[in-house]
Design a protein around this ligand. Sequence first.
Ligand code: SF4
Ligand code: SF4
Length: 61
Amino acid sequence: MYAINIDYSRCDGCGKCAVICPRMVFIMEDGLPVLFDASNCGGCLSCAEICPHRCIEVKEW
Ligand code: SF4
Ligand code: SF4
């Protein structure tokens, strides 16, 4: 299982995290990414790496 934390104070709503995630963990809602199904995360880190503002932290637990 992975815990995903999004720092909204730095997020600009670009949506890149939602587009790149292969498991549809995020949906965009009111211009911001929200966790749709965090239990589906496979820990690939693509979202964290593509985020231009380093808003996303993924941790195994
Ligand atoms: S780590 Fe990978 S599977 Fe998990 S939310 Fe990010 S892009 Fe999706
Ligand atoms: S990639 Fe980063 S800045 Fe863009 S919507 Fe996702 S969390 Fe926000």
